[in-house]
Write a protein that binds this ligand. Sequence first.
Ligand SMILES: O=C(O)C(=O)C[C@]1(C(=O)O)C=C[C@@H](O)C=C1
Length: 299
Amino acid sequence: MFKKIAIFGVGLIGGSFALALKKAGAAEQVVGAGRQLATLQRARELGIIDVIATSAADAVAGADLILIAAPVAQTGAILASIEPHLQPGTVVTDAGSTKSDVVLAARTALGAKIAQFVPGHPIAGREQNGPEAALAELYAGKKVVLAPLPENAEQDVAKVAAAWQQCGALIHRLSPQQHDAIFAAVSHLPHMLAYALVDDIANKPHAASLFQYAASGFRDFTRIAGSSPEMWRDISLANQEALLGELDAYLLQLTRLRGLLAAGDGQALEAVYSNAQQARHNWISAIEAAEQQNKEGGD
Ligand SMILES: O=C(O)C(=O)C[C@]1(C(=O)O)C=C[C@@H](O)C=C1
């Protein structure tokens, strides 16, 4: 049971964390902090937070857990505002989609208090954002990756893990480098591709008629292009190196496919499609098996 949880950024991610902990009866008081008063007021109206912090000092005072759930480029500034008020016993974590840059920013901002920061990343989201999009169930059955630092005390890592477990999440551990390489491939590149495709279509002179006939295939492929541009700008730049690597590999693949198409090589095209279909099928089966196992474990 957490007495006071402070959340910096009460949008989809921070708001869902608050709602889940409240629903589980795991948080006595949730205090919200952030850039926009209107967002904080909305979050309070929606019952996401109990109190709006008037300053960083106010948010941090007596908190046993602090979550930073703002676009990753803001992490350093938020941690720097927290640092002077941070007392021993308070654990700080984050929900950023990149980890190497966050760890670097945290080391600069927190200095000797770095041991109190346990980096984290819930692998869940929706294309909507803001407090209205927050859901108590967002993290149920989803993974949360923790990327603990050598300085972290195991009990502090356990505290962060326990909070996410109260939200129904499953805890995994990766190093920041492993994390960023993996999510460049399976999250950051797909977002860039979805934005690129929709932007490309939108810029065509006959965009209106294209959108008129776009159906479920287009909708599925581009769902994530509805996500927050500010958040994805920050993620793209924060994971620039790994994302460039994945983008280059993908461009090679597209060039290869282009060659096959231009040559009319149906057999080779089909081989690529079949390989992808099989891999996707195996992936979905593995997810479903894991979900079933979690369900049985929870029954
Ligand atoms: O489902 C979505 O809309 C998401 O954006 C979720 C998603 C993802 O790429 O899977 C996006 C960013 C988060 O860091 C984790 C998960």
